[in-house]
Design a binder for this molecule. Structure first.
Ligand SMILES: [Zn+2]
Length: 242
């Protein structure tokens, strides 16, 4: 890992996110600036309309069964959360990693959607965390962790609390935000927000974690509905775990 390069890339992502926050009115999840119009809003968003490898998709359309080796090397890290309006995002310094099929990606940030974006035969789960990773060459890999309603998750609560109060000196145990079993649906897709850039290594973990109804409600009231509808598979290879 080339740390300075990774830092520069992480910074780039942060700047991009901040730029989007500044243009909060440019796109949305409904009406004239909603998902079916994203590709017409700006030339830079054209891939949202023309791309053939877009995300999310319905994962019941997986067409191959294969166990992809996926592992994470996450730790307990300082928590820094921003409410970007359309999502809640925590940014991380380099030092946490995803390894998939032998390739290593560094964790840059995690953000959330209600409901889950990826669907299962049309059904959604109420909340998903997207862990966004980048490798030395700038390629992106996302690990999607689904949440179903059940027991509260104490580490998730730290993010809920930080989204409104921005406390100093809080650490978060990232290992509590991913299941032990990382068997995942896997395919090549895109960012699910403009500019909908493709070439994203998607992993959606089959085993959900639980979050309390109060925690799910808190994310919903902070972000609103922020799930892009599913897009066609278009003949892509979509792997389902065994
Ligand atoms: Zn996302």
């Amino acid at each position: 890992m080339t740390r300075p390069l990774l830092s520069a890339l992480t910074l780039g992502l942060t700047i991009a996110a901040a730029t989007h926050a500044a243009q909060a009115s440019a796109w949305s999840y409904q009406g004239d600036t909603g998902p079916d119009r994203w590709g017409d809003l700006e030339a830079a968003y054209e891939t949202c309309k023309t791309g053939l490898m877009q995300s999310p998709i319905d994962l019941s359309q997986a067409n191959t069964v294969a166990d992809v080796p996926v592992s994470v090397d996450y730790g307990t890290v300082p928590l820094s959360v921003r409410n970007l309006g359309k999502t809640i995002q925590a940014d991380f310094e380099p030092g946490n990693y995803l390894t998939t099929s032998g390739e290593v990606f560094g964790l840059a940030q995690v953000h959330f959607h209600t409901p889950s974006e990826h669907t299962f035969g049309g059904a959604t789960l109420p909340l998903v965390a997207h862990f966004v990773h980048v490798d030395d060459g700038g390629a992106l890999a996302v690990l999607g962790v689904l949440f179903e309603e059940g027991e509260a998750n104490p580490e998730l609560q730290k993010i809920v609390d930080a989204a409104s109060t921005a406390p100093a000196g809080v650490s978060i145990d990232l290992t509590a935000l991913v299941p032990e079993d990382l068997e995942s649906f896997r395919y090549m897709g895109s960012l699910t927000t403009p500019p909908c850039s493709e070439g994203v290594n998607w992993h959606v973990v089959e085993t959900p974690l639980s979050a309390s109804a109060e925690q799910i409600d808190a994310f919903e009231s902070l972000m609103g509905m922020n799930a892009r509808p599913v897009l066609p598979v278009n003949g892509r290879l979509v792997l389902a775990p065994e």
